[in-house]
Design a protein around this ligand. Structure first.
Ligand code: PEP
Ligand code: MG
Length: 580
């Protein structure tokens, strides 16, 4: 039995067999294939070699046309290496006779060749090692690509273990069969983590290198409550976790009873609880968990995983579907927040040194006005169907906000001219997720009807800590006093200006912070649908005065650690079952 700590990003306990997803850029574990699968695996290897050969041939032709035959020759050298009958036979032999997986055979053989080249006292040949690494990468990408394909065709329950999962890969996990997942990299604020919560499956990220010790089929427990995975658990541990899983189920059944009750504090203060979604089908989850509407629709997920760029009709259909499902309740549609870890098949910058500080989000939309207009047309058309509000992400300067509003007005004019119905008074809001937006909040509030505080990015930009980096994950803390001051500033300013204020970052999804947020003056929160019942439970168990007293105490503290202790003590008195 082995216990590995990680960063818990989605609660609950999952127990099942491991499915290890390989990836380029890390060591492929030594894995064996079953005797009766050898022929299939040999075929898989041959198909990968053929596909890579064809790809390199195409690259050679393109580069020869564009730059000349001397550059094309680089690829010819790759083809010669890959075509070497001795190399091919060695690869096949490792699968046929030693029963290694094709991935392991490729990585082992090509690295051995490369090492031999590097050790020669010949600079030219030593450099050829790079070509071998390149071929290795090509082959692995092809082979593991097929494995990822397999992920889409699961037929039995598994725990997915991977080096990394992108947000779109996570979003496409089949909830019927994926019981939970764990990754080597990633931080608590990553979009992969957020999507995992949406899927309502226990998940852990940032475990560090561990895949090489695990074989597919090993029994694994993902403990999303305590932040650890257990590999090959002993019987006692298994029994304990089975019991814990049952307790979880009982608690969620109890919480389900709150569904049709409002989120009202014990002294009668109504709290509006909205849901965050990435896809239209998640509206159903919001309804099941009793949300008051959609507080954040992350529309960029329409682009993630899509083969081609969505059309205006694709946008419209998605938005109209959300609006129709939610009925008369509000839907806040956030315009595209692409870039950084949310990449799509678009002309996005590929080689930025600091992608989270780069051309992302509203900056990207303002540089691609036709794309932005297309989305805004669809949002406006959807506003004719229900209570749609539009929100711009990552606003940093007032100029940027005005430019975005200008494009919106332009699109309104076009629709007017074409006689297309829309709500001319559509409420316009902005995300407050960059410290600059808080510092200048009074000016921003003059320009918008509402603000929504994005704590995920606000923490990242305030504390200079990458939300997806496991090595600095301990610094990424919503309870940091600097972050709390910014949140309070934004809430106080919005209330003072008579504008609506929401928190739609993950802080709202964590019942641990519900009291504190109410105490800071917040009356509207938008959370991952599955978190709504727990947050509602806290709301219904406290009084505003209790929350304000807690906030007052917390705001006098100067470390995230003290804040956590103080909040935990208070929460323990109110809803002890939520304090792990
Ligand atoms: C945030 O930054 O808090 C937020 C809600 O946006 P996202 O997580 O999509 O960056
Ligand atoms: Mg954000």
């Amino acid at each position: 039995m082995q216990i590995l700590p990680g960063i818990a990003v989605s609660p609950g306990v999952a127990i099942g067999e491991a499915l290890v997803i390989d990836n380029e850029g890390f060591r492929i574990p030594r894995r064996f294939v079953a005797r009766d699968a050898v022929d299939d695996e040999l075929e898989r290897l041959a198909a990968a070699i053929a596909a890579v050969e064809a790809q390199i041939g195409r690259d050679r032709d393109t580069i020869t046309t564009k730059l000349g035959s001397q550059y094309g020759a680089i690829f010819s050298a790759h083809l010669t290496l890959l075509g070497d009958p001795k190399l091919r036979e060695e690869l096949a032999q490792m699968v046929r006779e030693r029963h290694y997986s094709p991935e392991y055979a490729v990585t082992r053989t090509l690295r051995r060749y490369a090492k031999t080249f590097q050790s020669l006292d010949n600079a030219y040949l030593a450099e050829r090692a790079v070509d071998l690494f390149d071929i290795e990468k090509h082959l692995l990408r092809n082979l593991t690509g097929r494995r990822r394909g397999e992920l889409a065709h699961l037929v039995s329950p598994v725990i997915v273990l991977a080096h990394a999962l992108t947000p779109s890969e996570t979003a496409n996990l089949d909830r019927r069969y994926v019981l939970g997942f764990a990754t080597e990299v990633g931080g608590a604020g990553s979009h992969t983590a957020i999507v995992a919560q949406g899927l309502e499956i226990p998940a852990l990220v940032g475990i560090g290198p561990f895949l090489s010790d695990i074989a597919g089929g090993d029994v694994v427990i993902v403990d999303g409550d305590h932040g650890q995975i257990v590999v090959q658990p002993d019987q006692d541990t298994l029994d304990r976790y089975h019991h814990e899983r049952e307790q979880h189920q009982t608690l969620s059944m109890r919480l389900r009873e709150l569904r049709d009750l409002s989120a009202q504090t014990a002294d009668g203060q109504r709290i509006e609880l909205l849901g965050n979604i990435e896809f239209p089908h998640e509206v159903e989850q919001c309804k099941q968990h009793g949300s008051d509407g959609i507080g954040l629709y992350r529309t960029e997920f329409l682009y993630l995983g899509a083969e081609t760029e969505p059309t205006e009709e694709d946008h419209y259909r998605a938005y109209a579907s959300v609006v129709e499902q939610i009925g008369s309740r509000p839907v806040v549609i956030r315009t595209l927040d692409l870039g950084a870890d949310k990449m799509a098949h678009l002309p996005l910058p590929q080689d930025e040194t600091n992608p989270v500080l780069g051309l992302r989000s509203i900056r990207l939309s303002l540089r691609n006005v036709p794309l932005f207009r297309k989305q805004l047309r669809a949002v406006l058309r959807a506003s004719a169907v229900g209570d749609v509000r539009v929100m711009f992400p990552m606003i940093t300067t007032v100029t940027e906000l005005r430019q975005a509003k200008m494009v919106l007005s332009d699109v309104m004019e076009d629709l007017d001219e074409a006689g297309v119905p829309f709500n001319r008074d559509i409420p316009v809001g902005m995300m407050v997720e960059v410290p600059a937006a808080v510092i200048l909040i009074d000016r921003f509030l003059e320009e918008v009807e509402f603000i929504s505080i994005g704590t995920n990015d606000l923490i990242q930009y305030t504390l200079a800590v990458d939300r997806g980096n496991r090595d600095v994950a301990s610094l990424y803390n919503p309870g940091d006093p600097a972050v709390l001051r910014l949140i309070r500033m934004a809430i106080v300013a919005a209330i003072g200006a008579g504008k609506s204020v929401n928190v739609c970052g993950q802080m709202s999804s964590n019942p641990f912070y519900t009291m504190l947020l109410i105490g800071l003056g917040l009356r509207r929160m938008s959370a991952t649908p599955s978190a709504i019942p727990e947050v509602k439970k806290v709301c219904r168990s406290v009084t505003v005065q209790q929350c304000e007293q807690l906030a007052q105490r917390v705001m006098s503290l100067d470390s995230a650690r003290d804040v956590t202790t103080c909040v935990r003590e208070e929460l323990k008195k109110v809803v002890p079952e939520f304090v792990v």
